[in-house]
Design a protein around this ligand. Sequence first.
Ligand SMILES: [Fe+2]
Ligand SMILES: [Fe+2]
Length: 270
Amino acid sequence: MNILFCGDVVGRPGREAVKRYIPRLREQFALDLVVVNAENAAAGRGLTERLCGEFYDSGVDILTTGNHVWDQREIIPYLDRDPCVLRPANFPKGTPGNGWRLHLLGEQRVLVINLMGRLFMEALDDPFARLEELLQEFRLGIDAAAIVVDFHAEASSEKMALAHFADGRVSGVLGSHCHVPTADNQILPGGTAYQTDAGMCGDYDSVIGMQKAPAVARFVTKMPGERPQVAEGEATLCGILLETDDDTGLARAVEPVRVGGRLAQYLPQR
Ligand SMILES: [Fe+2]
Ligand SMILES: [Fe+2]
């Protein structure tokens, strides 16, 4: 199975990159599933029902989120109506929306899990314990043909630790939230694919997708200043292409994808 995961889509440039490149990538790599983290899609803050529809029209199957999920309040009731938009599964019990989705692809079922880290961000319930609960319920290769985890976290240590915790039990632990792609894509000894961060889909002539001057001024002056606005240059779509074995659900290959914009371009050779 071929699965593409794209990191945080930041504002209009990020959405345009998704619109432009996802249909091509779907065809070129015979993608079975496309998962996109959309927590910054609406002007850098959250996402809306209309934007969810635009993502689906571009060929995205599942939307994940993170700490910015509630920034647009209209999404709160929508999360209970649309099972394909996820919020981290380790929000306290009773929070609106779903933290995972068992997605039907013909005869096969793929489990997508969204989790959020607790280091250097607002602490939710324990993501390790939450993942353990879910993996007791869903066994890779038996209950789901593939299991993909979007681990939305700040600390690389926490991300690596969760990947080793899940090694051999999920197809991939793929990171988001840092807005920068890392070069550590690998298959762990137990067969789980890992990359610390997929990187954002956004303008990289920026400070994590937002206009650079106000962001720099904020560090220089230590004053809040104006509200950060999305950087409007052409985005690089950053993602991770994961190929899984249809029998075991484990990873066969994991490679970065970088198209458009300023970053060095990279497409897997298949
Ligand atoms: Fe983000
Ligand atoms: Fe985030």
